[in-house]
Design a protein around this ligand. Sequence first.
Ligand SMILES: Nc1nc2c(ncn2[C@@H]2O[C@H](COP(=O)(O)OP(=O)(O)O)[C@@H](O)[C@H]2O)c(=O)[nH]1
Ligand SMILES: Nc1ncnc2c1ncn2[C@@H]1O[C@H](COP(=O)(O)OP(=O)(O)O)[C@@H](O)[C@H]1O
Length: 210
Amino acid sequence: MVEISRRGFIIVLSSPSGAGKTTLTRKLLESDPSLALSISVTTRPRRPNEIDGVHYHFISQARFAEMVAAGDLLEYATVFGNSYGTPREPVERELTAGRVIVSDLDWQGTQQLGQSTLAADVVSIFILPPSVDELERRLTARNQDSPDVVRHRMDKARDEMSHWPEYEYVLVNNDVAQSLAALQAIVAAERAKRKRQTGLVDFVRRISQR
Ligand SMILES: Nc1nc2c(ncn2[C@@H]2O[C@H](COP(=O)(O)OP(=O)(O)O)[C@@H](O)[C@H]2O)c(=O)[nH]1
Ligand SMILES: Nc1ncnc2c1ncn2[C@@H]1O[C@H](COP(=O)(O)OP(=O)(O)O)[C@@H](O)[C@H]1O
């Protein structure tokens, strides 16, 4: 097979809580084993179904402050009163290796990445729910947060939803299979972009030499 050197990119998925970004991230990763997941650090308490080091690295506020001070986070933000951040080293390593990284960030983190030295490597996608009623239904059905937390997340949903114009792609997550197909199409199109195929000059030189 022809190997052309490439620079990777970061797919950033944002949505109001409950619109489906965790579900879609998981399905996208399952559908393509070459994709890497960026595992964030958070000070939020672990939910019963979550595994440390798989869904998040669950850390203390003191450790989070240390990482910020050491410059170990590419971006970080406070969401629902907890701190979240993206460890820098794995992202930089995977990008250099030409891999595609999937990252679930809020709008503050997306803005920070968009202003960072990695801005050209960011592909931002906003997921909208089909309706606010359906968003509430999904948050309640997920059954992982107390009614108080669900209410708080619903109050914030309108705020979060207002950030959709800051994203390159916007998907309405009505049907999981359709949304997944759209995500796969975006990954394929972004992979084909000339600027990501850093080895094209060499490749074309090689095939022109016969
Ligand atoms: N800026 C930033 N936001 C994050 C990071 N990890 C998760 N988030 C966001 O934090 C918010 C809350 O995430 P979480 O507690 O897992 O709840 P859920 O995704 O809404 O079920 C979501 O909007 C995530 O996109 C991160 O590393 N950086
Ligand atoms: N397209 C969809 N149709 C119906 N239910 C969905 C859809 N996408 C996600 N869900 C469900 O909605 C709930 C919230 O989804 P989740 O992926 O946890 O959202 P988020 O990560 O954005 O907070 C979950 O129970 C999930 O199974």
